[in-house]
Design a protein around this ligand. Structure first.
Ligand SMILES: C[S@@+](CC[C@H](N)C(=O)[O-])C[C@H]1O[C@@H](n2cnc3c(N)ncnc32)[C@H](O)[C@@H]1O
Length: 228
């Protein structure tokens, strides 16, 4: 089912559907923090669980689409180092250092312990918390909610580099939204798979009840006018 919209709090809205149809209806957004499918045909063998393939992961179309969306403040887009040849040149590449490393070619490839996020500033860009380095060191998650789940602490660090409303058009299990809820930031998330949309609704609703210390929880969503 698509076309479902959940208003979880004032300024926190989740859409079930295709971001390529929904995002253009939202106007130019302040910030985008996202982890799109980037052509891995992702299937995880971790803990002997074989996950379903991620939607639209057989090409880099989703990644390139995200790279070309204009924003007012900034865009952070996760991908792999070997996508760099295909994407528009970013202003910075942020390195996420994990506590594990990839297998790959054991003889002729370095054990990769990093993933990257592309940074593209918009016309209103400034660093809200001073100039950050291009390194974030955060432990990976156990992928309990999504086969390519990002840690909340990683998205929390990245969201703090942005200003205004944050959009994640490839929301998955809602990790960016959880980080925004903890930081008291406005958020719009879009996810095409009902299963992950439901998980995102639950995780973000829970996070809204427990914002970080000194962050005021957003007021509950206003009742939407009924079209009679
Ligand atoms: C790499 S995952 C994001 C995982 C997320 N960072 C998390 O922590 O759970 C990408 C997500 O994009 C979704 N997706 C793929 N194509 C989409 C589209 N056209 N519109 C909206 N969501 C899409 C997939 O279903 C998948 O859940």
């Amino acid at each position: 089912m698509s076309g479902r919209v959940e208003h979880l709090a004032e300024g926190v809205t989740l859409h079930l559907g295709d971001c390529r149809e929904i995002l253009p209806t939202l106007g130019k957004v302040d910030a985008m923090v996202t982890d799109p499918p980037y052509g891995m045909r992702f299937r995880s063998n971790s803990r002997l669980i074989r996950h379903e393939a991620i939607a639209n992961d057989s090409t880099t179309d989703a990644l390139l689409w995200a790279c070309n969306i204009p924003v007012k403040h900034s865009k952070y887009i996760f991908c792999r180092w070997d996508n760099l040849a295909e994407v528009p040149k970013p202003r910075s590449v942020v390195n996420w250092i994990k506590n594990n490393w990839s297998m790959g070619d054991l003889e002729h490839e370095h054990a990769r312990q990093t993933e990257i996020a592309l940074f593209y500033p918009g016309e209103n860009h400034h660093f809200p918390c001073g100039r950050p380095t291009d390194v974030v060191e955060v432990r990976r998650t156990g992928n309990d909610h999504h086969p390519s789940e990002k840690p909340v602490d990683l998205m929390w660090a990245v969201v703090r580099w942005t200003d205004g409303l944050v959009v994640d058009p490839f929301m998955g299990s809602g990790t960016t939204g959880v980080a925004c809820a903890k930081l008291g930031r406005k958020f719009i998330g879009i996810e095409i798979e009902t299963k992950y949309f439901e998980i995102a609704c639950r995780r973000i609703s829970e996070a809204l009840k427990q914002p970080d210390m000194f962050v005021a929880a957003p007021p509950p969503a206003k009742q939407q006018a009924l079209a009679l």
